[in-house]
Design a protein around this ligand. Sequence first.
Ligand SMILES: Nc1ncnc2c1ncn2[C@@H]1O[C@H](COP(=O)(O)OP(=O)(O)OP(=O)(O)O)[C@@H](O)[C@H]1O
Length: 626
Amino acid sequence: MMKKAVNHSRVQVVVRLRPVLDEAEIDVEPCVRELDGNSLEIFNWRNNKETLKYRFDAFYGKSSSQEEVFESSVASLLVHTLNGQNASVFAYGATGTGKTHTMLGRPGDIGVIPRSVQKILSVAKSESATWKYSIQFSYLEIYQERVYDLLVPKNHDLQIREDRDRNIIIPSLAVKEITSYEQFQKYFIPASHNRYQLCISHYTKMFTLLVTKVQQAEPFRKLTGKLLLIDLAGSEDNKRTGNQGIRLKESGAINVSLFVLGQVVDALNQGLPRIPYRDSKLTRLLQDSLGGTAHACMVTNIAPEERNYMDTYTTLNFAAKSRQIVNKPFTRESTEKPSRVTLKRKASDEHRPSAPAKKMASQESTPIVNARVNVLKQQVLQPFLSPILRKHDHFAESVVSRLENLERNILNHMKQPVQPVVPPPPPQENQQDILKQLKKCREQLKEVQQQNQRLTKEKTEEEVLTSDCLFQRVPLIKKKSRSKLGTRCDEPSYSGCSQKDRKPLSAVNGVSTDVQFVKIIPECNSVSKESNDALDVSGTNWTVKLNPELQEKHNAEILNVINSGTVKQLKSLQSIGEKRAKLIYDWRQLNGQFRSIEELQRVNGLTRKTVESIVKNNLLSKVVFQ
Ligand SMILES: Nc1ncnc2c1ncn2[C@@H]1O[C@H](COP(=O)(O)OP(=O)(O)OP(=O)(O)O)[C@@H](O)[C@H]1O
């Protein structure tokens, strides 16, 4: 999908004055006076000798017709929708000022919504030779910050989302495809009567028309435009109307969304970085229309009666500031070559037999065989992806070509002669020898394992296990790992001693003089007294001891790292993290070298316990050999 930016477009604001409805009031002077086709004035409530003048993109007086409003202010927006851009018209105003009349109208005097549908359907019809149209609509209501589907009343509280292209969408909203005005009426009229609110004036209704058109010849342009037609809920002055209970709650919710709408308009006018679209469902849905990607027109409805003066005054002020909003529309355009799919389908319908099918037909000629050949022809030659393509006429071009390639490859593959399945050759003599040897080896291994098990049983509590590789190279390099229980533990690994060099403990038979794992005997046993200084390998009852010479060498190397290592090198020691490494490094800079490991306690921030754990975890214990 290609997006072509078009010129910035300011929100058009027009005002429509409702006629006086009550005959008794006809002779009473209205609070609004028409000046010309764009301007009006109301008296100034602060000073009744003055008037307040307003100028808009158009002003429709009390005798203006539905047709006039539509043709002068809405029809031009439909052109954008037909050209792959978004457009929106929304009616704003206090309760009873004529918003629904403007948007919906009444039989014989239809409003913006039915007129727009009529217009788009008639353009689609007149262009049908060159463009293939798809026209769909959805219809929803926002009541008390919930979105209801008017086409499928059981769809309650729908979620609003934003797609990859930052379009505001409602994924589960029902959509109806229409090809005629009669069809539109069939769905739309009952939907207009679906209401969720107690008071009919306290809801916002949004009608969306999605127009997709695909050119029927080169370059097969595809344009997708959207038209939003919105009848906003009316604002009410609760003090004036004396609303209570649920009515008060309803009008409160309406006022919240209208209040946020005001904030959105203010934020846009001030060029603020954050526009509070998300603060209400209404502003979220209007995001396209205000400061977004749509050409927009706001029809501001006002009433002439003096008792409506305050509403008229606030509505006109809101309308005046909305005029400053600028949108950035763009054209949604791609290319779709429906003829490629159609041509493909036509070609496939010819069912030309393939070479294998022809061969089969020539070799076998009975009626049964002929029938089989026909089935094969259909199975092999008919592009089996076509039904999918048939279902989705609006695939993007790239998807179509990828599917076609895939289809071609599969067909080629199917046309290749089938290779006979060759059974594996019987095992050769030398292979049988190898199998015998393998069996023998397994038996030997089993014997060794059994012997080991017996030995393990016989060993006393001071059983000795050795490794000829472990701990031969120092210093230790830390390696973080996770224990089975999910807690993090530090596991020593050894530089230069690769995993393959190390042997599993169970496989070790010889006894090393360098290191021993010693099982700890509780309390009275002398080994257990030393346990604090040794590494508890299993975490339960095994500990490790090094030979004194190696231990001394190891201690010296660790002390060397502590005295001359960088912060990074210090961090490579067990139990020394970034913070401790820096503490040690800084202390060394001030006080010189450590004479012994124990001197680490002098570092501010390293407690005796910490130093003990450093000593223990870096195998810095004095070794007591048995
Ligand atoms: N321009 C007009 N010409 C003739 N009648 C009108 C006009 N505008 C509004 N009316 C009539 O005024 C009455 C109130 O209008 P409407 O219901 O459209 O107001 P509204 O702003 O939608 O109110 P609410 O917010 O309560 O839904 C209706 O009876 C409608 O037919």
